[in-house]
Design a binder for this molecule. Structure first.
Ligand code: ZN
Length: 173
């Protein structure tokens, strides 16, 4: 998810743009917790910060393993890396305006749970349990969707989605 207007500065990793079919690939479980994985997560964080995003999923950088990185803090100093995340919705359904680094310039309201339980692994493979609420909860749900090949616009009505896709086609490269 973008923090504000997506800016196309130098990214460390290229971010796939909708309607790239690779955004629809279902990511596989991470099994090897090695140096390479840690390095990939660091690159993803750097890419996310450069793109002024608050979250990025492996899928978006053509890395099809279940890794997401997030930072919803004001000071951009609280990175979270989640591997193999699983979420349980435990809150109320709320509507929040979302955007996506893979769909620049498009923002719309999506209904999500405002509170979740997360079971995941840290980058070293250790088990991690957390409860998240508000923007963090929403962001984690958005990024977990990416790992299953789902985009936030998939949650909108088909009419809205059609309009967005037509609008994107008209946007010059
Ligand atoms: Zn996204």
């Amino acid at each position: 998810m973008p923090q504000g207007i997506a800016n196309q500065k130098m990214h460390h990793l290229p971010i796939l743009q909708h309607p790239d079919r690779r955004l629809r690939i279902k990511a596989s479980l991470v099994e090897h917790f090695d140096e390479k994985l840690a390095d990939q997560a660091e690159k993803m964080l750097a890419t996310m910060y450069d793109a002024k995003g608050i979250g990025l999923a492996g899928t978006q950088v053509d890395f099809h393993q279940r890794v997401i990185v997030i930072d919803v803090s004001e000071n951009r100093d609280s990175p979270i890396k989640l591997v193999n995340p699983e979420i349980e919705l435990i809150g109320e359904t709320v509507s929040n305006e979302e955007g996506c680094l893979s769909i620049p310039g498009v923002y719309d309201s999506v209904k999500r749970s405002d509170r979740i339980n997360v079971s995941a692994q840290a980058i070293d493979g250790s088990a991690l349990e957390m409860e998240a609420e508000g923007l963090l909860a929403i962001c984690i749900q958005h990024e977990c969707d990416h790992l299953d090949g789902i985009l936030f616009i998939d949650h909108l009505s088909s009419l809205k989605r059609k309009r967005i896709n037509e609008q994107l086609k008209k946007t010059p490269e």
